[in-house]
Design a protein. Sequence first.
Length: 49
Amino acid sequence: KSGYVKLFVGSVPRTANEDDVRPLFEDHGDVLEVALIRDRKTGEQQGEP
């Protein structure tokens, strides 16, 4: 057992960046990676408008 958990979070605003998201979860443990999903065609970040 590695002790790591991969967490997927939806409804993140399109304007959010890693610096916005990371602090929301660091209080609960180490955050190893933040990956914000981008549209493959446009390159724009997906999420809530």
